[in-house]
Structures are given as structure tokens and as C-alpha cells.
Design a protein around this ligand. Structure first.
Ligand code: ADP
Ligand code: MG
Length: 765
């Protein structure tokens, strides 16, 4: 039978593995036998072809033509020194071709090094412990641990699945997500089986364990990779702009050459002399070093950004970054440290209990379900750090588990029977466990989402009806905690009978209490926010947390300073029309709280329609549409899911808001640097032309021969321009408002300044 037709246990056995995962010795042995798990890249263009390309682009073609004309002239009228000019042009072609080739090579090497900064990692069970591996170390038989937002690293068969849905558009082209389960499948074809996850697809929801059965080029994705990799990469907008620019300058050069040729002929300069000179002018005005220098300037900027914990995935974003006018940012982990500690515990209908042991032993006995929920209802994994047992996962859940452990000394192991995963629209997580008292459901999450599911409340060890007075009391307690900047989580539970159904467990719950967690702001954030204010960049917090919590944190970090900032909740946002939303966005201090899935995208769209250049952060699967829609989508490197990272233009390696501001600064610097060297390259054409103008108009002896012009050009066009391209950001750069989105790299003011002002001065000197 095929692997998808077997039971989960048999599927694992058929790969000579076991539910605890492989041993590290066996994994090592298999790695030797099956090799690294890599989809081998189809060989790109050969080096030779790329080398030849440097001699056949637009500028090179103009030069070839010029050289050809020079030799033609020599052939038709010997002894005028035309051949010398021809050879000089050939030398220019060779030198600038080699220079470009070298630059391109550096670009590629830098980009490859940057890619290494964000390796794909997977969590794998080895000898019963979760370990994090580089994805290329996977071997057949490995048990991988997957959760919402993960890319599927290799072809694998589910052995345990809670609420799993996958998006397999990369393989099948269908964009709707599909349900996946762990049971055996009756299907004939493996790709249609409901229990198979294919490499290159992604998990949009749920929690799962799966056993790897094909790695590397044996996987389905490996097989189709040959097809997909051969597709050509689309030309990026910046490249387009540069190509357009170079055409423009090339045509300008030819036109000026022709005009000069005509003027001189009219003034009676001998034909051949004039001809040589026209060619010289054209060659001198063609900025050979421009294209590679531009790309290199961008790439070096991305390298500098990487040192400041920002990874650029899409090169043209570097330029867009500089014109950012508004940043929509997450709160948890970006503005705050995501280091959670339980500060307050509020049990049942009003027992406030210090979150440290000793004082709370009595409470622990009366409110045992509260602490059981805190310790069991989570997605954490047990990992191993230098022989010590550690918990891996959401810091908030770790804090809750640790607090519960302090109160409940002996908690028997309770196997997780089922789970309804957390997602942003539900804002809660439910798990079912086999406890000594029988199966039990635990549900924790945002109080607004959990309390409506509760009809009873645990009060002093007894069950009471959860009437409106008690509800009001609980809400007051929640709001008081949130007002202190704490994240408030409600805990609830429900004993189940043996015939429980997954679809019906999240109802008639018993409310057990609230936990208030503190998450301190990042220390760099207030300074970064001050920089944004100076630089004319608005910052809007968009969070899933309670409005009071959001407001308290925003005030603490200096994001809001007025007395009555506008706080819009997800529910209020749903009630606003697009026009109302756009008008609301005119408020200087605005916060979005309790926003649900896909509302971030709406905010981004509204800002875009107001003419803003929007940068937006995100980490979850639900954030992907907003990241794609924003001018600059920013994913979190640490807490971000694979799906979010893939949708983003840039990744914050340290999840830190301050790094975004640094990146904007670099973006502004790059733009101004590119304009600096454009100005420089264009400027020096004028002093090269003036001697000839003077020579032909006033019959003053010629100061520069074409060959001299060419050699000056060779020495000044490339390396020196590069120097300007890599200048460090000027600190005053962040004290100006963002440049207009419509300002292009090359525009009339720049051309006039270079040719008429700077060029004239240089020429006169
Ligand atoms: P943020 O914008 O602060 O990152 P999220 O969108 O991640 O907020 O979460 C929104 C709300 O969902 C939180 O305020 C919290 O009440 C709830 N929540 C977050 N994580 C969990 C979890 N692991 N289990 C249960 N509830 C959670
Ligand atoms: Mg979050």
C-alpha cells in the first residue's frame, strides 16, 4: 500500500521511524545516504553568456557603432588618425565591460550572502524532544512539528492534525485552502490524498505532526522545481526606470554629437576632423559605468541595512523606503519586547491573588481549573537546551505555564486529545485534555471572545450562574488591568463526557478568572518615534490587543501625547464606510485596537488612497494580504511565519520597530546618493564639450583631443562615481519631510543643475 493509504502508525513504521522521532545517530546516517534536502538549482545563465552580455547592452552597442564608424572612416580616408580613435573606443568597451562584470559579480555575491541570513528552519522531533534544524538537514522518517503559517519543508504524511488547512497554490495553482487530516486515505494518487502535505505548500491554520517521506529532488516540489525555476524573473520597476534613464542619456548623447557635428560643418571645420570629434563626444557622454553602479549602490545599501537587522527581499524597496510617509506597526514584539510576565491574577468573581506562591496555596485549591487551563491550554513545545528542559513558543503562554506551575505543585500528565487553534479572528485557543477527572476542555483568550461563551462562573470553589452583575464586575476588573498596560487573558473550562464532539465543545463554559500580563516596551522605541516625528513620518499602531492596553502602551512610549487620541476598534472599523475611514485617518494620533483578520489590509488601502507611501508590519498568515498591499511589507524575522515573510518586501531580523526607522534612513540616503552620482556623471560632460565649442566657434587651438576625453572618462566615470554611491547617511537626512513619491531619480532640476550650473562652472575653470 502507498503511504497515504496506511494508518498513521503504519506510515511511521514503514519509514523505519517511530512517533518519538529518529535518533540523532540514525538521522546522521540517513543524511549520509539521502543527502542534503535541497532542490538543486537549475543552472542559471553560464558565466560566459553573462560576460558577453556586458558587451552587448544599449550603451555598449552605441560604442561598437562609434568604433565601427571610426574604422570605416580610416578605411575611406587613410592617415587621419581615425584608427587610433577606433582602438581607443574598443579599449573603453573592454574596460567598462570588465568593470560592469565585476560589479555584477559583487552584487550577486552580496545578495547570496544576504539570503543566508534568513535560512529556512524547521522544528523536528528527535528522540522525543523538539529541535530546530536547518531545513536542508531533514531526512526521510523525520517527524516535523508544524503550525499555522509554516511552509511545508518536505513531502510528508500527517500523523496528528488539529484544524489543519493548507494552501497548495504553488503546486496545483488553486488558491482556496484545503482541509487536511491524519487518517488513512482511500485515494489512489498521492497528490490528492487528504493526509499528504507537499513541499513548497504552506499551512494556513492548525497544528500538526507529520512524517517526512521524500526529500530533495525526490519530492513532488523537487520534480516540478525544474519547471518553475526556468521562468524568467520580472523586470523590477527600478530596473525599468534605470533602463529608461540610460536610453534617455544615450539618445541625448547621440543627439548632442549630431548637433555639434552639424554646427561645426556649417562653421567650416573639415569633415574628417569634425567626424572624429562627433564620435568622441558621443562616446564621452555615454555613462558606461552607470548601470552597474546603480545596482551596486542599492545592494551595498541592503548590506548596510542587514548590519542594522533589516533584510531586504525586494531590491527596489530600498528606494521606496526613503519616501515612506506612514508606518503601520504591530504592538506586541515590535514596540514591546514580547517578554511577558504575569503581574496580576484575578480569580472567579473577585479574588485578587498575588502571582507568587505561598500566599496563593488556598486559592490554588479553590480555583484549580484556572491554573490547569494556564498550564495546559497552549501550543508550546518541549525542547532541549544544553540538556535542560525548556519550553519553546509564545512567550505569553510560557509565562502562564510558569505561573501555574508555581501554584500547582503536582499536576499529572494530561494528554492533549484535540485542539481548536488560535487565530486572530477567534482570539482564543481551546484544547481538550484527558485529565484524571475525565476529558476536560480549556479555553483561554481575549475576555471579549471567551466570556460570551461562559454561562457559569467558578466562585470560591463553587459554580454560580454568570449573571449580568458578575459580568459587569469582571469587565471592570479587565478594564482596570488593561488601563495599566497589561494584556488581559480570560481562562475558562468545561468538563466533558466521553461522547464529546469537536464542533460543540466551545459552549456552556465556566469562567475561571483573568490573568494580567506585562510586556515592557523596547527601550529604543521612544527615540525611534521621536526620529519619525522629526522626519515627518506618521506612526499608527494596529494591534489585536484591547484598546485600553493599546492606549496605555502608546502613551508610555510617547506614541500618543494628547489627551484624547482616536482609538478605533475592529468592530467600529467594520461600521465605518471607506470615506469615513479616510476622514478618520486625518486625526494626528490614531490607534487601531482589537482589529481582526484582514482589517489591517483595509487600513493600508485607505492610507494608500490618501496618497501615503505606506510601510506595514505583520507576522501572521492573516497579515499576508496587508503586507502585499503596502508599498513596503515588513515581516518579523523572529516571531513571523514563513507565509508572512514570503509576502514581505523586507524582514526585520530583530522584530524591532527602531530597525524600521533605521531602514528608512538608509533608504533616503540611497536615493540621495544615486542622485549625487548621477549629477556628477552628467556634470563632467560639459567641461569635455566646452573646449570643442570654443575651438570650433573661435578657432582657438583644441584643448582636448577625443582620445584624451576618452581617457579622462575612463578614469572618472566608474570608480569615483561609485564612491558617491556608497556614502553614509547624513544625520540631517531625517530632519526633513519625506520626499514626494513622484520625485524620480532623474528629473529636469537634476539635469539642469548638472549641465547648466555645475557643468558651466567646471567648464569655465
Ligand atoms: P497583537 O496585535 O498584540 O500581536 P494578537 O493579534 O496576536 O495581538 O492577539 C490578539 C488577542 O488574542 C490578544 O490580545 C489576546 O487576547 C489573544 N491571544 C493572543 N495570543 C493568544 C494565545 N496564544 N492564546 C489565546 N489567546 C491569545
Ligand atoms: Mg501578535
Amino acid at each position: 500500500m502507498k503511504i497515504h493509504q496506511l494508518s498513521a502508525a503504519d506510515a511511521i513504521a514503514s519509514l523505519n521511524s517511530n512517533p518519538q522521532g529518529l535518533s540523532s545517530i540514525e538521522a546522521q546516517r540517513r543524511l549520509g545516504e539521502f543527502g542534503l534536502h535541497r532542490v538543486e538549482e537549475v543552472a542559471g545563465e553560464s558565466i560566459l553568456l553573462r560576460f558577453l552580455k556586458e558587451f552587448t547592452h544599449f550603451f555598449a552597442l552605441i560604442l561598437w557603432l562609434a568604433a565601427g564608424l571610426a574604422f570605416l572612416a580610416e578605411w575611406s580616408d587613410r592617415g587621419q588618425g581615425m584608427a587610433k580613435v577606433g582602438y581607443a573606443i574598443l579599449a573603453v568597451i573592454v574596460v567598462s565591460g570588465l568593470f560592469s562584470f565585476w560589479q555584477e559579480f559583487r552584487v550577486e555575491r552580496t545578495l547570496a550572502a544576504l539570503r543566508e541570513l534568513l535560512p529556512q528552519q524547521v522544528d523536528v522531533l528527535r528522540e522525543g524532544k523538539a529541535v530546530r534544524l536547518l531545513a536542508d538537514r531533514l531526512v526521510p522518517g523525520d517527524i516535523v512539528l508544524l503550525e499555522q503559517g509554516n511552509n511545508i519543508p518536505a513531502d510528508c504524511r500527517l500523523v496528528e492534525a488539529f484544524g489543519v488547512r493548507v494552501n497548495d497554490a504553488t503546486v496545483t495553482g488553486e488558491s482556496l485552502s484545503k482541509i487536511r487530516t491524519a487518517g488513512p486515505s482511500a485515494k489512489e494518487e498521492i497528490i490528492h490524498a487528504e493526509n499528504i502535505l507537499l513541499a513548497g505548500t504552506s499551512m494556513v491554520s492548525g497544528e500538526a505532526q507529520a512524517v517526512v517521506f521524500a526529500t530533495g529532488m525526490h519530492s513532488e516540489f523537487g520534480k516540478i522545481a525544474h519547471l518553475t525555476q526556468t521562468g524568467r524573473e520580472a523586470v523590477s520597476p527600478l530596473r525599468e526606470q534605470i533602463t529608461y534613464l540610460s536610453r534617455l542619456i544615450g539618445i541625448l548623447a547621440v543627439a548632442i554629437g549630431l548637433i555639434f557635428f552639424a554646427i561645426s560643418r556649417i562653421l567650416g571645420v573639415p569633415f574628417w576632423e569634425d567626424f572624429i570629434f562627433a564620435i568622441g563626444i558621443i562616446v564621452a557622454m555615454v555613462p558606461e559605468g552607470l548601470l552597474p553602479t546603480l545596482t551596486l549602490a542599492l545592494v551595498l545599501a541592503t548590506q548596510r541595512m542587514a548590519k542594522r537587522h533589516v533584510l531586504i527581499r525586494y531590491l527596489p524597496s530600498v528606494e521606496t523606503l526613503g519616501s515612506t510617509t506612514v508606518i503601520c506597526t504591530d504592538k506586541t514584539g515590535t514596540l514591546t519586547q514580547n517578554r511577558m510576565t504575569v503581574r496580576r491574577v484575578w480569580l472567579g468573581a473577585g479574588l485578587e491573588c498575588p502571582p507568587n506562591p505561598g500566599a496563593g496555596q488556598e486559592a490554588a485549591a479553590l480555583y484549580r481549573p484556572f491554573f490547569m487551563a494556564a498550564s495546559l491550554c497552549h501550543d508550546l513545545r518541549e525542547g532541549d537546551q544544553q540538556g535542560r528542559k525548556v519550553l519553546l513558543g509564545d512567550p505569553m503562554e510560557i509565562a502562564l505555564v510558569e505561573t501555574a506551575e508555581r501554584f500547582l505543585s503536582a499536576l499529572p500528565a494530561c494528554k492533549k486529545l484535540d485542539e481548536i487553534p488560535f487565530d486572530v479572528s477567534r482570539m482564543r485557543l481551546s484544547t481538550v485534555h484527558a485529565t484524571p477527572e475525565g476529558p476536560m476542555l480549556f479555553c483561554k483568550g481575549a475576555p471579549e471572545m471567551v466570556i460570551p461563551l461562559c454561562d457559569r462562573i467558578l466562585d470560591d470553589g463553587e459554580m454560580r450562574s454568570f449573571d449580568s452583575d458578575l459580568r459587569a464586575k469582571v469587565r471592570q476588573a479587565q478594564e482596570a488591568m488593561a488601563g495599566q498596560g497589561l494584556r488581559v487573558i480570560a481562562m475558562s473550562y468545561r468538563p466533558l463526557d466521553d461522547h464529546w464532539q469537536r464542533a460543540e465543545v466551545e459552549e456552556n463554559l465556566i469562567f475561571a478568572g483573568l490573568a494580567g500580563l506585562e510586556d515592557p516596551p523596547r527601550p529604543e522605541v521612544p527615540e525611534a518615534l521621536r526620529k519619525c516625528r522629526e522626519a515627518g513620518i506618521a506612526v499608527i499602531m494596529v494591534t489585536g490587543d484591547h484598546p485600553f492596553t493599546a492606549k496605555a502602551i502608546a502613551r508610555e512610549i510617547g506614541l500618543i501625547r494628547s489627551d484624547d487620541p482616536l482609538v478605533i476598534t475592529g468592530d467600529e472599523l467594520r461600521a465605518l464606510t471607506d470615506t469615513q475611514l479616510r476622514l478618520a485617518l486625518d486625526t494626528p494620533e490614531i490607534i487601531f485596537a482589537r482589529v481582526g483578520a484582514d482589517q489591517k489590509r483595509r487600513i493600508v488601502e485607505a492610507l494608500k488612497r490618501k496618497g501615503h507611501v505606506v510601510a506595514a508590519t505583520g507576522d501572521g498568515v492573516n497579515d499576508a494580504p496587508a503586507l502585499k498591499s503596502a508599498h513596503i511589507g515588513i515581516a518579523m524575522g523572529i516571531t513571523g511565519t514563513d507565509v508572512a515573510k514570503e509576502a514581505a518586501d523586507m524582514v526585520l531580523l530583530d522584530d524591532n520597530f527602531a530597525s524600521i526607522v533605521n531602514a528608512v534612513e538608509e533608504g533616503r540616503a540611497v536615493f540621495s546618493n544615486i542622485r549625487k552620482f548621477l549629477t556628477y556623471i552628467l556634470t563632467h560632460n560639459v567641461p569635455e564639450l566646452i573646449p570643442y565649442l570654443v575651438f570650433s566657434l573661435f578657432s582657438v587651438p583644441l584643448a582636448l583631443t577625443p582620445i584624451q576625453i576618452l581617457s579622462i572618462d575612463m578614469g572618472t566615470d566608474s570608480l569615483t562615481a561609485l564612491g558617491l554611491g556608497v556614502e553614509k547617511p547624513d544625520p540631517r537626512m531625517m530632519q526633513r519631510p519625506p520626499r514626494s513619491q513622484h520625485q524620480r531619480l532623474f528629473d529636469w532640476p537634476l539635469a539642469l543643475r548638472a549641465y547648466l550650473f555645475l557643468g558651466a562652472i567646471e567648464g569655465a575653470i
